[in-house]
Design a protein around this ligand. Structure first.
Ligand code: FE2
Ligand code: FE2
Length: 316
């Protein structure tokens, strides 16, 4: 597990120097298709783990056999695919709504955001295709939270600045997952790792565009709306946390069904607790504690960084 990155508050003075031109330039040099990564002769290899240990946390569960830990790791991978697809279902319309009112402005800005939206639509397809491949081979039922439209509707009902902060959190979180945990993990299934790598490549541009988007939205907000943004961000985080906790229950049911395993009450308690924190770190703590996310939060609301750093241990 990575500890929260600490940065001194007095170093946070100016917005990062991201530009639409540089993002568009980087985006235009990355070009992959979903068919390049999955389908045809390219399939998941169930003899290997899909997720790094820092995100799956199967090692602190000694009452599971090696095979059962592998199955749980792969179930974590399945949930990761599903939940990423789910959050991207609300990112896509949000980005389109953000770009639409200013189509007559900078052409570079419009193209950068349209590329962003197009890439998220591609990612939704990517996660679905990998999930289909997973389910075809896994053999037993894997329930999931949702439907994505209902979760998207609930998230998008919140203030746009709070939603933009959640999206920024997700983009930096993706960077952290790949760079800190996936890139150097050579045990992982190459196909699953390839998905994470190609997603990371495009999300790198999204994180910068989201920073620009947060700044633009905040500049159109009242002082009170900006001050309330962190509260709104945390409210959405709480909604997502409730969904994640339900997903852990589904994953443990799927583990029982796939392995035929029954657990002693104390082992079940430990299994739930460890997996809840694994999922909380994966989707909440690792984004909330990313130094670039904290920098933007502090620029918006002085004191936000210290406030968030106090909450991170709940999700670590
Ligand atoms: Fe994405
Ligand atoms: Fe993204």
């Amino acid at each position: 597990m990575k500890a929260a990155v600490s940065i001194a508050n007095d170093t946070i003075k100016a917005w990062p120097n991201f530009t639409y031109e540089s993002v568009l330039d980087a985006s235009s040099r990355i070009n992959w298709r979903v068919d390049d990564l999955i389908g045809g002769d390219k399939h998941l290899d169930f003899a290997k783990p899909f997720m790094p240990e820092s995100l799956s946390r199967v090692d602190p569960l000694p009452f599971l056999s090696t095979k059962e830990r592998l199955v749980l790791n792969q179930l974590r991978g399945h949930s990761y695919l599903y939940i990423f697809g789910l959050v991207e279902e609300f990112i896509l319309p949000f980005v389109l709504d953000h770009v639409r009112p200013l189509l007559s402005g900078s052409n570079t800005r419009t193209r950068a955001f349209l590329d962003f939206a197009g890439e998220e639509a591609k990612h939704i397809e990517l996660f679905k295709r990998f999930r289909t491949d997973f389910l075809e081979s896994f053999g037993t039922n894997c329930d999931v939270i949702g439907p994505p439209e209902a979760i998207a509707k609930a998230v998008l009902s919140k203030h746009p600045l709070a939603v933009a902060l959640v999206i920024l959190h997700i983009e930096w979180m993706t960077q952290r997952h790949y760079l800190d945990s996936v890139a150097e993990d050579h045990r992982l299934d190459p196909q699953f790792k390839s998905l994470l790598k190609h997603h990371w490549m495009e999300e790198s541009q999204h994180a910068k565009l989201d920073t620009l988007m947060v700044r633009e939205i905040s500049e159109a907000c009242s002082v009170q709306e900006v001050e309330e943004a962190i509260d709104g961000y945390l409210e959405i985080g709480g909604m997502l946390d409730a969904g994640l906790m339900q997903q852990v229950q589904f994953d443990i049911e799927a583990l029982k069904n796939a392995t035929g395993r029954a657990f002693l009450p104390e082992d079940m308690e430990r299994l739930i607790a460890v997996q809840q924190q694994a999922v909380r770190w994966t989707f909440l703590g690792s984004g909330m504690s990313h130094r670039n996310f904290l920098t933007t939060a502090e620029l918006l609301v002085p004191g936000a960084k210290a406030r968030l750093e106090k909450i991170v241990p709940l999700f670590s």
